[in-house]
Ligand binder design. Structure first.
Ligand code: PRX
Length: 672
């Protein structure tokens, strides 16, 4: 058992935290939707024992259906043919915008907090509807119809939300690519998804800097024949940004020609709503497929019950719409419930570390949802700013994307929550669509460091990874899996259902495998330990070490490489890349400056191939990599050595080249 496990097990003994009275006092309706643990348990049991009835009722209560469904659930995890709300038809844009625009036209839908605060503005549901219809009109004119895929490469501006909903309005499928991805990554995703239209902007603004978005699109789409049209929002209006005649069109000019209302195209509940590419432990990124009915219901229900979100609330998700958190909790969750959502284009440090708190004060935000990595940064360098602002409107503080250590949980609770808020540590994934394990604010006590209990319909199981058996009862450790289908689970991998089966459903037949290690403590609360595979979580961004290795090995000097994730104070995990150079390079050892230059080049290679967020923290050049007799690289050895845990290297009897270990140790020492 490692140190990490000992520390975490001690944390199991932390006391439960009751919901602070202030949480209820601050609430418009005085009381949470789910009143207490008994009500949670009753609803949870119903959702597991009779999912058809439970989710059938919920779907009719929270979503608008153009055509009612005839059967709530079919298929199984064994076969990978799960389907919810059969024959039902709906439109996600109608659910998120039209119905609220009709009932409450002047209510604020989006609050745009621009990179430069003087560019901020708000959009009502009615205005949002008009703006979406105009973009949908442009897309329709270009031939986009139900089932087509549209790529979106936009920074976190209202236009990103408008673009997504315009695509959904037509019954088409959006595929958002985070605007920090490189031209090559963008191309791979656009080509795999077969997009015929891409929506982007001229330049982005982030932290006062200008990002050449359109240039990246031009480079990525060079030679991609399938893309016939590109819609370019003029974020900065720089006239120097090149436009290709016959392919590129300005957003404003095209929208001006469109009507302010076009009807929604209802689609089948099981038709895809969007694709979102995510990294696995092997191979190219997977286009995770989410469906219109189940996904939207999961987004609405978790937003309502986990965050206890009321219509008067103001929801602030700090994450980008390029990732699943932005999809579900900046857009589909809050808007499907008709609640105002803050769209934040900038960074927590710009123009100063008071930025988040100014936003909360300015809009009286009730909910703040962020990755622990941002909190670690603020704790380290920006704490003094917090007390300058009145952030007492807050009621729920969410955490997402990586484990939140108990001490950071306490800090979040005290410094931001003033011990008046509920901390919702939400565990979920791109593939789950919405929360898997999370507290229901106000319903039951929390525990610092634990994601607490499964959401309705999440039949969570801990499995022994060695024999594949489910570990029942409490105080168990293993891998986290889900035993029955839930509405917002991904249905497939785009164009590769086999890969979907292999990755999620075949490892433990009858279960969905999350890829995470987890424990269930004596109170039945879940503790997420981190990934069980070669996926690394840097600043809440999920990265595949194999993708980083592919990027590095494309450099002509590299003979072999291995990237591993190690714990990092600021980013949660960080990437350390070990590599051996080709013979000719080794025979003429370069001087230290040349090596330094090479290291920098290699980091730039990863930035260029994937994006800046994937940069290795260190590149360590070694003579050889530790390998087994069959030639497999022993990453465990590299992980331990770079984590300063050389005394815990464990069994090295399978190592074919043990003489490499001291050399690795001194290479790591020299680097850090
Ligand atoms: O390892 C888990 C970690 O993030 C992975 C999912 O990453 P991604 O698909 O990019 O989605 C991130 C946003 C939902 C999971 O397999 N993870 C996510 N939330 C938590 C977490 N680990 C611990 N605690 C969490 N709250």
């Amino acid at each position: 058992m490692t140190m990490d496990h000992l520390i975490v097990h001690e944390a199991h003994n932390v006391a439960m935290r009751d919901t602070p009275q202030h949480f209820y006092d601050k609430q418009p309706s005085r009381g949470s939707y789910i009143k207490n643990k008994d009500q949670y348990t009753e609803w949870y049991n119903q959702s597991i024992n009779n999912p058809e009835q439970f989710f059938g009722n919920m779907a009719r209560e929270y979503l608008h259906w153009d055509k009612d469904f005839t059967k709530t659930l079919t298929g199984s995890l064994e076969k990978g043919d799960v389907a919810w709300f059969l024959n039902g038809e709906l439109n996600a844009c109608y659910n998120c915008v039209d119905r609220h625009a009709f009932a409450n036209p002047d209510k604020i839908a989006l609050i745009y907090e621009a990179d430069d605060e003087k560019d901020n503005y708000k959009i009502t549901f009615n205005e949002l509807l008009t703006r979406i219809c105009k973009v949908a009109g442009v897309l329709q004119k270009w031939g986009v119809k139900k089932g087509d895929t549209v790529g979106i490469y936009l920074p976190m501006t209202p236009e990103a939300i408008i673009a997504m909903l315009a695509v959904a309005r037509l019954g088409a499928i959006h595929s958002v690519i985070f605007a920090g991805f490189s031209a090559g990554s963008l191309k791979d995703r656009i080509v795999d998804a077969g997009c015929k239209v891409v929506i982007t902007c001229d330049e982005g603004k982030r932290g006062g800097k200008t990002v050449n978005i359109k240039r990246i699109v031009d480079e990525g789409l060079n030679g991609v024949q399938s893309v016939s049209h590109i819609l370019v929002f003029q974020r900065t209006g720089n006239p120097q940004v090149p436009m290709t005649a016959g392919r590129d069109y300005y957003w404003d000019a095209e929208c001006a020609k469109q009507r302010s209302y076009i009807p929604c195209v209802p689609i089948n509940a099981e038709d895809p709503l969007f694709l979102l590419y995510t990294s696995g432990s092997t191979g190219s990124p997977k286009g995770v497929v989410h469906t219109a009915g189940g996904y939207l219901l999961g987004a609405a229900l978790t937003t309502r019950f986990v965050f206890d979100l009321h219509p008067e609330d103001v929801f602030f998700t700090a994450g980008d719409v390029g990732w699943i958190t932005g999809h579900t909790y900046a857009l589909y969750g809050p808007l499907s419930l008709g609640t105002s959502s803050i769209i934040f284009e900038s960074t927590p440090a710009y123009p100063d570390y008071g930025r988040y708190w100014r936003i909360i004060e300015r809009y009286q935000a009730t909910h703040f949802y962020v990755a622990p990595t941002a909190m670690r940064l603020i704790k380290k360098v920006g704490e003094a700013e917090i007390s300058k602002y009145n952030i007492s409107s807050l009621r729920v503080l969410g955490s997402v994307g990586e484990p939140i250590a108990p001490d950071l949980w306490e800090w979040y609770n005290e410094k931001i929550g003033n011990e008046n808020c509920v901390i919702c540590d939400t565990m979920w994934q791109t593939e789950s669509g919405s929360h898997l394990i999370a507290p229901l604010a106000g319903a039951f006590p929390t525990k610092p460091g634990s994601a607490t209990l499964p959401f309705f319909g999440i039949n969570a199981a801990i499995i022994d990874p060695v024999n594949g058996q489910e570990l029942t009862g409490n105080d168990v450790e293993g891998v986290l899996a889900i035993k029955s289908p839930w509405p917002s689970m991904a249905r497939s991998v785009w164009n590769d259902h086999q890969r979907y089966m292999e990755t999620y459903l075949k490892p433990y037949p009858g279960f969905y495998f999350t890829g995470d290690n987890a424990g269930r403590d004596h109170d039945g609360y879940y503790w997420i330990r981190g990934r069980a595979d070669d996926v690394v979580n840097v600043s809440g961004h999920r990265l595949s070490t194999s993708e980083i290795e592919v990027a590095l090995s494309e450099h002509p000097a590299v003979s072999e490489c291995a990237a591993v994730g190690i714990a990092d104070d600021l980013t949660g995990q960080a990437i350390i890349a070990f590599l051996a150079l080709k013979n000719e390079e080794m025979e003429h050892p370069a001087n230290p400056e040349d090596l330094q230059l090479l290291r920098r080049e290699l980091i730039m290679k990863v930035r260029g191939s994937i994006g800046p967020f994937a940069s290795p923290k260190s590149v360590i050049i070694v003579e050889d990599l530790p390998r087994t007799r069959s030639g497999k690289i022993m990453r465990r050895v590299l992980r331990k050595i770079s984590s300063n845990e050389a005394e815990e290297l464990g069994d090295l009897s399978t190592l074919a080249n043990p003489e490499i270990v001291p050399k690795l140790l001194s290479a790591v020492d020299a680097q850090f």
